[in-house]
Design a protein around this ligand. Structure first.
Ligand SMILES: Cc1cc2nc3c(=O)[nH]c(=O)nc-3n(C[C@H](O)[C@H](O)[C@H](O)COP(=O)(O)OP(=O)(O)OC[C@H]3O[C@@H](n4cnc5c(N)ncnc54)[C@H](O)[C@@H]3O)c2cc1C
Length: 361
């Protein structure tokens, strides 16, 4: 049972984050009979990062939301915003399995005051916890990646990141420079058509995949990302591993020239962007669809990163500190991968607890 000593709560396993990965892990911990665990989530409501996605990202426009274990997502309206559908689904899931989720609680840092064999100390904005195993399932939404370009501070128009996008209506009648070669950029360009004029810029020419996004494709992507992590490198951008989906809407937009990308600009001016050849494009807004990085600041005190910047995992176990399971990271950064990784993390954490209870030979 959970107990308090001093001002610290003690648990056997602590899960950080109640998105797809954290909920899947929590389900499997509970299913295997563990009651002494808690899930801490920084968001005000159920839904993980999905609750923050823009209203026009309907369920039908997502790649696909994979089912959480033992409770499929049923009877959905593809025209309903994914934020609403997933928020409702995760809330129902937490209730159905009585998962011990506490929110809003933000984990600030994880330290190891008693050395590698002792418990971990988890400091949050609502008190501290001690735990023997930690499942870190914090996703990427809290770490928007916004690359630096000269002149960024000069621009008099609006600049925003995918993280803060709400509606194309904000850009009606404007000229928008859309930055980035990923799925979000493509979705923005499709939505902006007829509302605003656009210039699309990407660092590398966009790659549209002309193969189906089937299971074999998924396995290939996982192999590629896993190989990077094994080499101590951080995970690539999603699109570097997947390519862009060539949907009928994409094909139609390509035919109309809506998806003609040009090279990245070299600087930002007061009223637009400038390219290497000296040409300029005037813009009312710059939309940075430049992706996200893993939100792992809370683990920084444990020095888990390799010289290459990545964290090496074996399955979901952090090689530098096997008390920690990392889920929703690298190959498991999709709803399917996160669901599978949540299970692996729960079983590995439980096996680790069991092994630590065996008397030394
Ligand atoms: C725009 C966009 C569209 C996407 N579309 C798809 C799609 O169609 N299909 C698909 O499979 N995947 C999609 N993805 C990837 C998607 O993010 C993952 O599939 C999955 O939802 C991530 O789940 P997660 O549990 O890892 O993270 P999240 O859903 O991000 O959940 C992490 C949770 O951890 C919490 N948290 C973070 N830091 C802390 C902290 N320090 N302390 C406490 N709590 C913390 C957050 O508040 C959040 O609730 C998309 C991603 C983006 C950005």
């Amino acid at each position: 049972m959970r107990h308090r000593s001093g001002c610290v709560d003690d648990v056997e396993v602590l899960v950080v984050g109640a998105g797809q990965a954290g909920l899947a892990a929590a389900y499997h911990l509970q299913r295997r009979g563990l009651s002494d665990f808690v899930v801490l989530d920084a968001n005000p409501a159920a839904g993980g990062a999905w609750q923050h996605r823009w209203p026009s990202l309907t369920l039908g426009r997502t790649h696909r939301i994979h089912d959480l274990p033992a409770f499929p997502l049923r009877d959905v309206d593809p025209d309903e915003p994914a934020s609403t559908v997933v928020g409702r689904y995760y809330a129902a899931y937490e209730e159905r399995f009585s998962l011990p989720v506490r929110r809003p609680v933000r984990v600030r840092s994880v330290t190891s005051p008693d050395g590698p064999d002792g418990p971990l100390l988890v400091a949050t904005d609502h008190g501290d916890w001690r735990t023997r195993r930690l499942v870190s399932a914090t996703g990427t939404w809290d770490r928007p990646w916004w690359p630096a370009y000269p002149g960024r501070g000069l621009f008099r128009g609006r600049q925003l990141h995918t993280h803060d996008f709400t509606s194309v209506e904000d850009f009606r009648g404007q000229h928008v420079v859309v930055v980035g070669g990923g799925t979000s950029a493509v979705q923005f360009l499709l939505e902006l058509e007829g509302v605003a004029t656009t210039t699309w810029v990407t660092r590398r020419p966009p790659v549209f995949a002309d193969r189906p996004f089937d299971e074999e494709w998924g396995r290939e992507v996982e192999r590629r990302v896993t190989d990077r992590l094994r080499r101590g490198l951080p995970p690539d951008s999603v699109v570097a591993s997947t390519g862009l989906a060539t949907t009928p809407a994409v094909r139609a937009a390509q035919a109309k020239g809506v998806l003609d990308a040009r090279e990245m600009f070299t600087s930002i001016t007061e009223d637009g962007v400038r390219f290497a050849d000296g040409t300029q494009v005037r813009a009312d807004a710059i939309l940075w669809a430049t992706g996200f990085r893993a939100a792992l600041d809370h683990l920084a005190p444990l020095h888990l990163r390799e010289p290459g910047g990545g964290i090496v995992v074996d399955g979901t176990t952090v090689v530098r500190d096997p008390r920690i399971q990392l889920v929703g990271y690298g190959p498991s950064a999709s709803t399917l991968g996160a669901t599978r990784a949540g299970r692996t993390a729960a079983l590995t954490a439980l096996a680790g607890l069991e092994a630590s209870r065996q008397p030394a030979a």
